[in-house]
Design a protein around this ligand. Sequence first.
Ligand SMILES: Cc1cc2nc3c(=O)[nH]c(=O)nc-3n(C[C@H](O)[C@H](O)[C@H](O)COP(=O)(O)O)c2cc1C
Length: 196
Amino acid sequence: MQILEAVVTTTQSNGDVHIAPMGPEVDAGWSCFRLRPFISSQTFHNLTRHPQGVIHVTDDVELIARSALGRLDPLPSTRKADRIDGFILTDACRWYAFEADRILNEGDRAEFRCRVLASGRQRDFFGLNRARHAVVELAIIASRVQFLAEDAMIDSIERYRPLVEKTGGPAERRAFDFLEEFIRESIFNGRSAGGG
Ligand SMILES: Cc1cc2nc3c(=O)[nH]c(=O)nc-3n(C[C@H](O)[C@H](O)[C@H](O)COP(=O)(O)O)c2cc1C
């Protein structure tokens, strides 16, 4: 089992798509995986009400950054899946439509065992890139801004920025700037875990 940094679509109570990055544990055969959403997340509520969704392999780190903070505007293009009632992101590299069984609630996280019912390939994965990895790391930090120390977050911004400047393109720079601004504003507005 390994953790894949993926993007999950679930269905809202009004039938709209919800998009969030999540790190499922996947096995080599891709027949099933485990999702561990925080019980405070919209993804958890959606899966509890409608236990079907689609996970996506993507190299679009701007999508990861903006969806981690609920700031997707406009929403990316989607189409309805056939085998389940759910949504496929049309620009993702690969997708896996699943049905989820909740197997455990542990503290503030739940665990769903997800069985893959259908999958597809839409385009090639770009490949490894340090700027994209830096954006993923900063997106995880930004999504945990209330729990992390200010100094550690600022250190991360300073450590990752050169990777984005040296190896990224415009989308990585935009995503990194967006995350940096969100983190600095959260610190300024006292919504982070405080100094130290
Ligand atoms: C790469 C990445 C992986 C993440 N993995 C998880 C995860 O496994 N579980 C989780 O609850 N939140 C995870 N998050 C944070 C959520 O995406 C973020 O808190 C989101 O706003 C919560 O989802 P919601 O939109 O369903 O409320 C991850 C964020 C990133 C950027």
